[in-house]
Design a protein around this ligand. Structure first.
Ligand code: HEC
Ligand code: HEC
Length: 93
């Protein structure tokens, strides 16, 4: 037991730097995840009731009233990227 060290730990400059970097990374991840890159689905009657992709595409297909932009992904689960409207009752029907 010759080599006993004091067990009290005082943060030095390098520790503070390390903690600073960790805090910065966490902050970036938290802020980044909260940001949605796509427009949500509007909370209106039409959108609350639409339950199939065919319904969506009837209006958002090429011939629809509001076509998806050029280069938009074909197919896919709409709600995976576009936030589902509040009070959506598609699944209940
Ligand atoms: C009866 C036609 C119709 C149906 C069915 C429909 N939409 Fe829409 N949708 C529209 C119109 C018109 C707009 C734009 C006007 C507005 O903001 O209400 C719109 C807007 C949107 C927007 C917002 C982006 C924008 O252009 O402002 C998204 C996202 C969207 N629809 C997704 C969907 C999804 C997903 C479905 C199926 C669950 C769906 N829509 C079904 C007509 C429709
Ligand atoms: C992989 C993610 C993804 C999926 C799945 C997806 N979209 Fe999109 N959508 C986007 C992105 C990204 C944009 C362009 C960004 C924007 O304008 O909001 C977009 C734009 C749109 C727009 C035009 C929005 C505007 O601002 O004018 C409509 C309408 C739309 N999508 C409908 C749909 C429908 C309907 C489905 C399901 C068949 C669907 N999307 C599935 C990512 C997706």
């Amino acid at each position: 037991m010759a080599n006993q060290q004091k067990s009290t730990w005082k943060p030095g400059k390098r520790d503070m730097l390390f903690l600073g970097v960790v805090a910065a990374v966490v902050l970036v991840l938290v802020l980044g995840s909260g940001e949605r890159k796509t427009n949500p689905v509007p909370n209106d009657e039409v959108h609350q009731g639409a339950s199939t992709m065919a319904e969506c595409m009837g209006c958002h297909g090429n011939e629809g009233v509001r076509p998806q932009p050029k280069g938009h992904i074909q197919g896919g689960q709409c709600f995976q990227c576009h936030l589902q409207p509040e009070g959506w009752r598609g699944a209940a029907r």
